[in-house]
Design a protein around this ligand. Structure first.
Ligand SMILES: NC(=O)C1=CN([C@@H]2O[C@H](COP(=O)(O)OP(=O)(O)OC[C@H]3O[C@@H](n4cnc5c(N)ncnc54)[C@H](O)[C@@H]3O)[C@@H](O)[C@H]2O)C=CC1
Ligand SMILES: C[N+](C)(C)CC(=O)CC(=O)[O-]
Length: 485
């Protein structure tokens, strides 16, 4: 049975949480009095469905069931976790917790609050230990950070349970060790926001110029190394100490206006909003969200390839799901090994997935299979691997932008040195290509074929035996130009 989360407040952030839980296989019950909430969540979910699966290299679980409810009590019924995402008003949050704890007394409540401390949120609650901060960043379905911040009233077990739930949905829970307003992320962002408002108000730069200064320069660095690692490099070979010596005195120079806040009045709002309209008003918000998501997917995918920063979190999430997935897949049928989404860069001038990507997809399927039988990176580091000796691709149908391709693999024949595989790439139940391959087991140092290690054969052989009982897949052994049948 699917696990269930309740999302209380289905606006920008609640919608993002709903999408993340649903796409990770949880059922989600939503309560939001806004009559538009269902439509808004559907729009967020549509964008999330295009973006989040593109980060995964293992099959995503079946999407959970989304339900909308007329009361908080119905939404939280049967939920093991609540993500509260109502507007940032403390009295509203207190009212919501009272209703939640009356309906489901032991339920764990994580708050999306941007700045209230857990001890502020817990005031007046009969069970303060079950209320904790789990502060996300927009878009919740793509960005992994969740700042988990408790008070002395939360037990270590509550913190750990929250951490585990965040990991289960692919997030990076950062436990904040000291209770502070706005945690780490927003304390930092607020400082940047104040400086930006000053520069606007003083007529130093426009919204667009400030955004350009970020996105053409240091913003790109922050996304992959943060602040300290970046500055360490800026110190040259002498590193951080040299950086500090060189730029330390600047701390006392009038570089910032940080302690002063520009007066927040209509004039300031008009200045920011009108410049922002001029800069980006040609795009609708949902359109901007899709542009942002595609940029983030490309960025995150390249971090994933390098197993770095947020990309490492994605890989770890894949590993956890891979283990769960394979536990249920070794049943003697062709192995469902990988799922991929057709990304914008994969489309050619004919408007469909370009031919090299079929081989790329097959190689993802094949690598997943090799990991399954223990021929993984540690095995390769030990000097042995499988090399592909021959590949035959048949293109059966088109794959279009955004479609999800499932790759299944059947072992046609295997012995100590060879694996003959037949991979089917399908969109739903429509095969788009088959890829037949012969792989040779190789001693990499000697550059020669040799028998695979016993620990690999012990995993490979039962699969090969089970698959030997299956019909030989249609198309096996075909040559280019050969007539069907
Ligand atoms: N927008 C952002 O960038 C971020 C916001 N947050 C936090 O997330 C929370 C929600 O913020 P947003 O989604 O931006 O606001 P929003 O205004 O988009 O959504 C708030 C939702 O709460 C609903 N609501 C109001 N009273 C309610 C009640 N009694 N029960 C259930 N729902 C109710 C509203 O109808 C609305 O749909 C806030 O605590 C905010 O500080 C956290 C991270 C980022
Ligand atoms: C502006 N904000 C304070 C609501 C921002 C956040 O809380 C995090 C984010 O997504 O930037």
């Amino acid at each position: 049975m699917a696990r269930k989360a309740a999302i209380i407040g289905g606006g920008v952030i609640g919608g993002g949480w709903a999408a993340r839980f649903l796409l990770n296989g949880w059922d989600v019950g939503v309560f939001d009095p806004d009559p538009e909430a269902e439509r808004k969540i559907a729009a967020v979910l549509a964008n999330a469905r295009l973006a989040l699966p593109a980060l995964s290299d293992v099959p995503m679980p079946a999407e959970g069931k989304l339900t909308f409810h007329g009361t908080i009590g119905e939404a939280v019924d049967g939920a093991e976790y609540v993500q509260e995402s109502v507007s940032e008003r403390i009295e509203l949050k207190h009212k919501v917790y009272a209703q939640l704890q009356q309906a489901n007394p032991g339920v764990l409540i994580g708050s999306s609050t941007s700045g209230f401390k857990a001890s502020d949120l817990q005031k007046g609650s009969p069970a303060p230990e079950n209320i904790i901060v789990a502060h996300p960043f927009n878009p919740v379905y793509l960005l992994p950070l969740s700042e988990v911040s408790g008070s002395p009233k939360n037990t270590p077990a509550t913190v750990e349970k929250t951490v585990q739930i965040m990991k289960d949905i692919g997030m990076f829970p950062l436990v904040i060790r000291h209770e502070i307003d706005a945690f780490i992320g927003n304390r930092f962002l607020e400082a940047v926001w104040r400086e930006a408002l000053w520069m606007l108000k003083d007529g130093i730069a426009t919204t667009e110029e400030i955004d350009d200064a970020i996105r053409m320069g240091f913003g790109l660095r922050w996304g992959q190394m943060g602040l300290f690692e970046t500055y360490r490099i800026a110190g040259g070979e002498a590193g951080m100490r040299h950086f500090m010596a060189q730029f330390g005195p600047a701390l006392k120079w009038p570089w910032t206006k940080l302690m002063d806040v520009p007066e927040f009045n209509d004039e300031l709002v008009d200045l920011v909003a009108s410049q922002s309209d001029a800069q980006s008003g040609m795009y609708g918000i949902r359109e901007l969200e899709r542009i942002r998501d595609q940029n983030l997917v490309g960025f995150l995918r390249s971090l994933k390839e390098r197993n770095w920063g947020a990309g490492k979190v994605l890989r770890e999430h894949d590993e956890r799901r891979r283990a769960a997935f394979h536990a249920g897949t070794l049943d003697g049928t062709p192995l469902k090994m990988a799922e991929m989404q057709v990304l914008p860069g994969w489309i050619d001038y004919n408007g469909h997935m370009t031919e090299s990507r079929y081989l790329f997809c097959a190689s993802e399927v094949c690598d997943a299979f090799l990991r399954l039988i223990g021929a993984d990176m540690d095995y390769v580091a030990g000097g042995h691997s499988y090399y592909t000796a021959e590949t035959h691709i048949r293109h059966l149908d088109e794959a279009k932008l955004g479609e999800r391709i499932t790759g299944t693999l059947q072992v046609v024949k295997a012995d100590e040195k060879r694996i003959h595989t037949f991979i089917t790439l399908a969109v739903g139940d429509r095969p788009v290509a088959t890829v037949e391959q012969m792989m040779l087991h190789v001693d990499m140092k000697a550059g020669k074929a040799c028998p695979a290690a016993p620990e690999v054969l012990v995993l490979l052989n039962p699969i090969a035996t089970a698959h030997a009982g299956l019909p030989v897949p249609e198309g096996t052994g075909r040559a280019v130009g050969q007539k069907k049948g």
